[in-house]
Write a protein that binds this ligand. Structure first.
Ligand code: GLY
Length: 357
């Protein structure tokens, strides 16, 4: 399986880390984390030889939160690498959620025109999404991921025990992306994700489902690393989802990204059924599962113009048309589907009706 390595115990984690870092001179290994992963996850890493490999001066800790994925944090990483004599043969270990793997990947991609980096995702969401696939970057000028580069991690080291420190809402955010991967792949994988309980994360058997979920993205990225075509399907649920997310921020009642994507999946599966004949049975099962895990976002038809306006700003659009990645069945992907505003409103009507508003 490409560059994704699962480890199941702390001993396995140490052995793998030592094997990776062993190829680098002792003073050339750096670790990036944030205040959360510094507190909860770094202690699991630093034991025996690794303690010596990672002196405090080589640990770069950023304040947690996506607002810190910015040029100042990036400059701090570059400065720390530079001050401590990092060469082109240095290695950066990124220990954290998507914020850390994005900014750490970008710092590594650009320092001395590129050093190697390994991602150790500490959230389920980062594990199934940001940590793999080579998208790196920072927010800039008030815009998310405005500056960045495609640059894959040398390895993604997956240790599900990290997720034990996560609350229900963080787990649910990762689960939303796993549901998406289920829909993009095969009926068998979709079934196992639909049946997965959040409480089962970190239990025996979970690692297999997690690896299969990550492999769905890995296979898609392998076919289209720089998102010229097929990779757009990883935005399933995100066109409506991003509109829900930014609208909720505007209302000053922000919802987590994964929740917005899950609700977006309801609308986009409705469009898939209505326009491409996506079958009723998996449609019903998926939307009831989403309602059960994520509850509902309350809005009304008065908010449609604002939501549609936000969909017009989606990066995947061309011209003034709103484009979606839709499905004619599980795993049957159709990118660049233009949908008119009236039909999008119909999907929002369906959502409100289904949620009982
Ligand atoms: N998060 C979508 C992608 O990596 O393409």
């Amino acid at each position: 399986m490409n560059n994704i390595t699962p480890v199941h115990s702390q001993d396995e984690l140490h052995a793998r880390l030592l094997a990776i870092t062993g190829a680098y001179p002792q003073d050339q290994v750096f670790l990036l984390c944030d205040s959360n992963s510094h507190r909860h996850c770094l202690p699991l890493l630093r034991r025996g030889k690794l303690e010596a490999l990672l002196p405090e001066t080589h640990v770069i800790c950023l304040p947690a939160g996506d607002q810190n994925k910015n040029i100042d944090s990036l400059s701090l990483i570059w400065q720390t690498l530079s001050r401590n004599g990092a060469t082109r043969h240095a290695l950066l270990l990124n220990l954290g959620g998507g914020m850390i793997t994005d900014i750490g990947g970008f710092a590594a991609a650009t320092f001395k025109r590129g050093i190697g980096f390994v991602n150790l995702p500490t959230t389920l969401l980062a594990c199934v999404d940001a940590a793999q696939g080579g998208k790196t970057g920072i927010n800039f000028n008030g815009l998310k991921n405005e500056v960045g580069a495609f640059c894959p991690a040398r390895e993604v080291l997956v240790y599900p025990a990290f997720f034990q420190t996560l609350g229900k809402s963080d787990l649910a955010c990762g689960y939303a992306e796993m549901l998406k991967h289920g829909l993009l792949s095969t009926p068998g994988h979709w079934q196992e994700v639909i049946r997965l309980e959040l409480a089962d994360v970190c239990q025996a058997g979970f690692s297999g489902i997690l690896m299969r979920s990550m492999q769905v993205k890995a296979d898609i990225v392998a076919q289209d690393p720089t998102e010229n075509g097929l990779r757009k399907c990883l935005n399933l649920g995100h066109t409506v989802g991003h509109a829900f997310e930014s609208w909720s921020h505007e209302q000053q009642q922000p919802v987590p990204h994964g929740y917005a994507v899950a609700w977006g999946l309801i609308c986009e599966l409705y469009l898939s059924m209505r326009l491409l004949g996506f079958p009723k049975e998996p449609f019903q099962q998926t939307i009831y599962r989403i309602k059960e895990v994520f509850g509902a976002l309350p809005f009304s038809c008065k908010n449609y113009p604002s939501l549609i306006e936000k969909m017009h700003h989606d990066k995947k659009n061309s011209g003034d048309k709103i484009q979606f990645a839709l499905l004619s069945d599980i795993g049957q992907i159709h990118i660049d589907q233009v949908v008119d505003e009236k039909t999008i409103e119909e999907s929002l009507d369906f959502y409100l009706d289904f949620m009982g508003y």
